[in-house]
Design a protein around this ligand. Structure first.
Ligand SMILES: NC(=O)c1ccc[n+]([C@@H]2O[C@H](COP(=O)([O-])OP(=O)(O)OC[C@H]3O[C@@H](n4cnc5c(N)ncnc54)[C@H](O)[C@@H]3O)[C@@H](O)[C@H]2O)c1
Length: 390
């Protein structure tokens, strides 16, 4: 079977850069029906050891400390942006101007304004875009969407979304780029809340009104050391600097459908280690899902004579799952969601069609975020207005 070669240039070889690269390597073994073959063309990172690792252990054909080399490489078709948020706008705008398709890790921009400019540049260039809202690709989340779309839960009345993570819970965690406004943008409202709203938009539809509030609990952190990562720790007495964005955000919302919802996100909470969870309630049923137990979903249907929550285990009868393991209740994991995400994005590129979620969905998200930031300041309900380049 003849397949289109897709040349890949990855920018940033930390957690996400490595995860996407493992996806590109695994796709041919997991998706024999694919219409393309990923080609690891060039990697960029500003840490040379990471470039060496990418070339020697992952199989990239070349590496560079200058991300512009990736954009300008004639054999690169897709630029995958996995660098810290402050680089996204410059890289994405340059990649689109060079006619490259762009996959950008979330958030597309650190602030709503940056996201608007990036989306406008990609739209003007006519390139295909994708965003790393990976949780929507979990097989049971896809199944939840099927159940909601086919009306099994009846009319959706209310939604609860939360993303509680401990990635910023240790006060000795360094003042990495994630905690600086000029490098990350806002805090959890830019970061993990985007995943919660993406899931809600996919499952229940657009949000039209919001009221919200944020807070920073850990206001000072030890200064980072050269070459370190976000996960390094300081020691009491180390010099510190101020945290510039919020640890916590909470919101009440109204959906266009009339459903109501509540959201809560924190990066500095103690206990829930990576609790990206949702509950959807309808007139005839409800669903609960939590990333920490991503191979399980609780389902309640009034049509079920037994009445009570049923535990649904992920298995090969649900979307994508059988690509990884056959049978019932054999679990899949975090990076498998990234593989599905990358498979779907590269399939869109090979077919020449716009991808979802792309930068348009990122605008949907930052339009909600913009209203939330306004509400935090005004202490009132605010209407969501779709942001777009004027
Ligand atoms: N989808 C998700 O669930 C998810 C999870 C984590 C992170 N992210 C996003 O992915 C992006 C990267 O986060 P991460 O956790 O991988 O961060 P990371 O710190 O682990 O990796 C970032 C990498 O970028 C490199 N880098 C920095 N400046 C560079 C430059 N000028 N040129 C090239 N490389 C440069 C760093 O050396 C590092 O290797 C962020 O936007 C983040 O929000 C998404």
């Amino acid at each position: 079977m003849s397949r289109e070669r897709i040349g890949l240039g990855v920018i940033g070889f930390g957690w996400m850069g490595q995860a996407h690269t493992r996806s590109y390597i695994r796709i041919p073994t997991l998706f024999p029906e694919r219409t393309f073959d990923p080609d690891l063309t060039i990697i960029s990172d500003n840490v040379t050891d990471r470039i060496d690792q990418a070339v020697e252990s992952f199989g990239f054909r070349s590496g560079t400390t200058d991300w512009a080399d990736v954009i300008n490489h004639p054999e690169v078709d897709v630029v995958c942006i996995c660098a810290p948020n402050m680089l996204h706008e410059r890289v994405a705008v340059a990649a689109a101007a060079a006619g490259k398709h762009v996959f950008c890790e979330k958030p597309v921009g650190g602030t709503p304004e940056q996201t608007v400019r990036i989306e406008a540049a990609a739209r003007a260039a006519g390139v295909i875009t994708g965003v790393g809202y990976n949780y929507r690709w979990a097989p049971l989340v896809q199944y939840a969407k099927q159940l909601i779309d086919e009306g099994s839960l009846g009319e959706i009345t209310n939604y609860r979304g939360r993303f509680f993570s401990m990635y910023g819970a240790d006060p000795m965690g360094l003042l990495s780029w994630r905690f600086k406004h000029d490098q990350a943008g806002y805090g959890v409202s830019t970061d993990i809340l985007s995943h919660s709203i993406d899931l809600a938009h996919m499952l229940v539809g657009p949000i039209t009104k919001v009221v919200g509030t944020g807070h920073t609990y850990i206001t000072e952190r030890p200064l980072p050391k050269a070459g370190g990562t976000h996960y390094d720790r300081g020691r009491p007495g180390d010099p510190t600097g101020p945290v510039e964005n919020e640890d916590y955000f909470a919101a009440m919302v109204e959906f266009a459908s009339g459903a109501r919802g509540v959201f809560e996100t924190s990066r500095s909470i103690i206990g829930p280690e990576s609790q990206n969870a949702f509950e959807v309630y309808g007139t005839e049923g409800s669903i609960m899902w939590n990333l920490e137990t991503m191979n399980e979903m609780k389902l309640y249907l009034t049509s079920d004579r037994a009445r009570g929550y049923t535990t649904v285990y992920a298995g090969d009868r649900y979307p994508y799952h059988g690509h990884f393991v056959p049978g019932d209740a054999n679990a899949i994991g975090y990076e498998d969601m990234k593989v599905i995400e990358d498979y779907e994005f590269l399939s869109s590129v090979a077919a020449g069609r716009q991808h979802h979620p792309g930068f348009s969905e990122a605008i949907d998200y930052v339009s909600v975020q913009d209203a939330l930031i306004r509400s935090w300041r005004s202490e009132r309900w605010e209407t969501v207005t779709r942001l777009a380049e004027v």
